[in-house]
Every structure is written in C-alpha cells, then in structure tokens.
Design a protein around this ligand. Structure first.
Ligand code: DHB
Length: 315
C-alpha cells in the first residue's frame, strides 16, 4: 500500500494557476500542430505550452533547421506555426485535458504582439507567455535585449490580457543586464517569468564535413540542451534574487534529468520546461523525469517540489 506521505507532491502553483506536475514542454518542442498539442494533453506533462504564434501561419526557415549533437541542440526554426487564429480555435479543446494551457505569443513587429494577445486571451488560455527572445528571424533582433522596447511591449500586451501574463526572456550574461530587465519588470509588471530561451546565434560546426549543420543564417541558431544549463540556472537565480523570491519563475534550459529539474528548483524556479530532451526522447520524457525528481526529493526528505524553491545555499 502506498501511503500519502510516501509520495512527494510534484504539483505547483504559478500566478494562482495550479499545475498537476511542475514539468512541461518548452515552447517550440512538439507543440506546433493540433496533433502534437493533443498528444501533449494525453501525456504526463503538467501543462500544454503552444508554439510561439504569429499573426499569419508560417512554414518557417529552410531545412535542415534543427540539429542535435552531443552537447545539446541548435535550431533556427523560423517560427513555423499555424497562425494565432488557429490556436485560438484550438484552445477550448486543449483545455479539456484538465491541465493549464499556456499560449506563447510572438510577433514579427511590435504591433503584432497586442493584436495576437487580445484575441488569444479571449480564447481562454490559463496563462499567456510573451516571447521576447526569438533569435532566429533574420533582421529581427531579440526584443529582450532592447530594454525600452521590452517595456513598451509589455505595457501594451498587459492592457489587453486578463489572465496571468509572463515573459520568456533571452539569457543575460551580465548582472547589469539582469538588473536593468528587473527594473523594467518592476515598472511594467508581469505575473511570471520563463527563463531562459535558447542561447541565440550560436554556431555548431561538423569538422568531418567542414560545414555548418543548419541552413538558415549561415548556420547560426539558438543553442539548447545540457550545455546551457549553467546559463539558465544563473538567470533563474539572478531574477529570483532581484525579486526577493516574489515572482514565480519557470526554469528552462538543459533539463534532461530529475537532478537537473531539482537544480532549477533550488535556484528559484517553481516549475521547469523541457525542450531538447523532449524532442530527442519524446513524450515519455515527462514520466522519466517526474520519476527521477520524485526519487531525488524523497531521498533528500523534501515533502514537495514547492518546498525546494529558491533554497540554494551560498558559501
Ligand atoms: C523560434 C526559436 C526560438 O528560440 C523562439 O523563442 C521562437 C521561435 C524559432 O526559430 O521558431
């Protein structure tokens, strides 16, 4: 017989929304089509996160545009997605899976964001995640690296979205930039943060072929997977501290095992998203990592994932 106290509670609450499991897909990973989103719904994932949506449907960049390698993955997908109207129609069906639906909103220019956000919010997602950090559209810099543009955009989206609103930020590599973005987010508040997007404009080379490995942008693309975990943890920790632990954070970057998820929780994440490992392993990754996280927390005597959040020790 399994007694309640034998199991660790892996649920979490973010901006008042309860997640049955603190693990979910990262936007972009297996979440473009209706079939993919419904398969997520049937899986163990704690939430269904959509692909970042644009005004019009897009086929994305030319292939090859995703390449897994030993250290992780590089991608330059170019925002292939069904267009926001299709996702607005899909959301009611996705909500029947009884787990939160997170709509990821992108755009090719600033005006796109509030237009998409207004319509998608009316379709009833549980949360909206505004993507300020797509690195893969040639000629379109990541908005999150422009603090003034980010503030303007967050204000405009906030004005048209009633449900909890978060931002997906690019990685920052200097405390001055963490501080500057934290100040933006104190002036233009959001309800949660998703940290981090892929490490943009990296270059992976195949020495045998003496070639780049993806076609768009001369081989430059967003880096994901194990190699970016320390960068992700640093960003989770920096924003956790900047807000004195008073903003929910979804950690993203390099989660392949239950221990990786545990490290994100220690740094200050309330939940974690899984990208490269989901693409490489498929939907069973949620069962595996949930089992591993359960075992780690049980061994360490934690009653719940929530009890770990932010408890990283400093020396
Ligand atoms: C894409 C990649 C991203 O990292 C992102 O945030 C949005 C879109 C893409 O190439 O499709």
């Amino acid at each position: 017989m399994t007694l309640a106290h034998d199991t660790v509670d892996l649920s979490c609450t973010i901006a008042g929304v309860r997640f049955p499991l603190c693990l979910m897909n990262a936007s972009g990973a297996l979440c473009v089509t209706r079939e993919e989103l419904e398969a997520l719904g049937r899986s163990r994932t704690g939430a269904i996160v959509t692909k970042s949506m644009t005004l019009e449907a897009r086929t994305g960049n030319p292939e090859p545009r995703y390449y897994p390698f030993a250290g992780g993955s590089i991608n330059s997908m170019g925002l292939p997605n069904l267009g926001y109207r299709a996702y607005a129609e899909l959301i009611p069906a996705l909500k029947t899976f009884r787990k939160p639906v997170i709509a990821s909103v992108a755009g090719l220019c600033e005006d796109d964001f509030p237009e998409i956000a207004r319509t998608i919010a009316r379709a009833g997602p549980d949360l909206v995640e505004v993507n300020l950090s797509c690195p893969n559209i040639a000629g379109k810099p990541q908005i999150g690296y422009d603090f003034e543009a980010s503030e303007r955009l967050i204000r405009r989206v906030r004005a048209v979205v009633d449900c909890p609103l978060g931002v997906k930020l690019p990685p920052y590599f200097d405390p001055a930039h963490h501080a500057a973005m934290a100040e933006v987010l104190k002036r233009a508040p959001v309800d949660f943060l998703s940290l981090i997007n892929s490490v943009g404009n990296a270059l992976v080379i195949d020495p045998d072929r003496e070639s780049v490995v993806i076609k768009p942008k001369g081989g430059f693309g967003g880096l994901g997977g194990p190699g970016i975990k320390p960068v992700a943890l640093a960003n989770v920790r920096a924003f956790w501290k900047a807000f004195d632990g008073r903003i929910p954070i979804i950690g993203v970057g390099g989660v392949v095992s239950g221990t990786d998820a545990f490290e994100h929780l220690l740094a200050g994440a309330s939940a974690v998203q899984i990208g490269t490992a989901l693409v490489e392993e498929g939907l069973k990754v949620f069962d595996r990592i949930a089992g591993e996280l359960q075992a780690v927390l049980k061994k360490k005597g934690y009653p719940s994932a929530t009890a770990v959040v932010g408890r990283l020790k400093e020396l």
